[in-house]
Design a protein around this ligand. Structure first.
Ligand SMILES: *[C@@H]1O[C@H](CO)[C@@H](O)[C@H](O)[C@H]1NC(C)=O
Length: 336
């Protein structure tokens, strides 16, 4: 009996020791599992990446976010979108704030001004447009034409010649008067306002048509302002009388049209694509003609006034219906 008691007690002790040992092993396993949750993911990743590599490239993006530490450095933007902040913290990779890329102002207003004129309204009231303003009668001005000739013409051509290779998509050629009568009489809004008209300008139409006259009222200019071969020559029509010779010098051909007509006044918009329809040499030739011809300032300006639309790809007679013109150019047939 006593012996059996001793054996029984010994067996109990051994059994107890085995239990305690197993219990201790279990605790140790738990510790391993817990720490493994942090560090064991290295193994997790290796299995992930091996599986993703076997699955091919398309699966990489979807399996990558599951792998915890990012050690490979090939994180795609999708990883950020999927929101793996824990992973980022673990791998201590900074998450950069992204700013959308905004296309720089891709349109310009080109203008000629006299030194005495205030054109600050262009920047303040039309600030969605870049502006390039040439002073025509002050050669100390930071941006100027070499001569005050052809009114706005030299400034318009100077811009094209200087920027032929870096033109914006849309170009407006505009006068220096903001609004009011009589200075801006030919601007088609109630207040004769170049601000109102430019704010309403349909740049899509400019892109599509290549050229848009900012004036839709047909007079003066339409329907047949210039008849270079009119017989007998009409006194007072001085632009008409010099037009044929000017055409030959400008275009270097003798295909002078019978009739030239366009709504007046040399304010218009063109597309870059339209400008590039002609080689730079053409604009250089027009520029030289304006600068060096023997005609007066006024007459030179008038010839150009009835030539811009032809330079920019329109027929010699460009007289669209006024309602159609308002609708196209300003998005409203009753714009004025
Ligand atoms: C003018 O045209 C003629 C013949 O068409 C040509 O030989 C000449 O080079 C042209 N001149 C200019 C300045 O383009």
């Amino acid at each position: 009996m006593r012996l059996s008691y001793r054996v029984g007690a010994a067996a109990l002790i051994i059994f107890a020791i085995i239990l305690i040992k197993r219990h201790l092993d279990l605790i140790q396993d738990d510790a391993q599992v817990q720490s493994g949750w942090h560090f064991g993911s290295f193994t997790g990743e290796s299995s992930d990446s091996s599986s993703s590599s076997s699955n091919g490239n398309t699966d990489t993006a979807s399996t990558k976010p599951k792998s915890k530490p990012k050690l490979t450095g090939d994180k795609t933007p999708d990883d950020y979108v999927n929101g793996n902040q824990k992973d980022d913290a673990l791998a201590s990779r900074p998450v950069y704030e992204t700013t959308p890329i905004i296309v720089p102002n891709d349109r310009v207003i080109v203008m000629a001004k006299l030194a005495s004129e205030d054109t600050s309204w262009v920047s303040s009231d039309l600030n969605e447009w870049r502006n390039v303003i040439y002073t025509v009668d002050d050669q100390t001005a930071s941006r100027h034409t070499p001569k005050n000739k052809g009114r706005e013409s030299l400034a318009y051509l100077q811009y094209i010649v200087d920027h032929y290779h870096d033109l914006p998509s849309t170009l407006i050629f505009l006068h220096s008067h903001k609004d009011g009568w009589p200075g801006a009489w030919h601007t088609d809004t109630m207040a004769y306002s170049n601000v109102d008209s430019i704010r309403a300008l349909q740049t899509d139409f400019v892109q599509q048509n290549g050229y848009a006259n900012l004036r839709c009222q047909q007079t003066p200019g339409c329907p047949e302002e210039i008849r270079p071969f009119r017989e007998p020559a009409q006194s007072g029509k001085t632009t008409e009388s010099v037009y044929a010779q000017a055409w030959v010098e400008l275009f270097n051909n003798t295909d002078v049209p019978e009739v030239v007509a366009v709504a007046c006044c040399s304010q218009f918009a063109v597309s870059k694509a339209q400008v590039l329809q002609r080689p730079l040499e053409d604009y250089q030739r027009y520029y030289d003609w304006v600068l060096n011809n023997r005609l007066s300032d006024d007459l030179t300006a008038h010839v150009m006034e009835y030539t811009w639309h032809i330079i920019f790809g329109q027929d010699p007679v460009y007289c669209p219906d006024a309602y159609q013109c308002y609708s196209d150019v300003y998005g409203n047939p009753y714009f004025w």
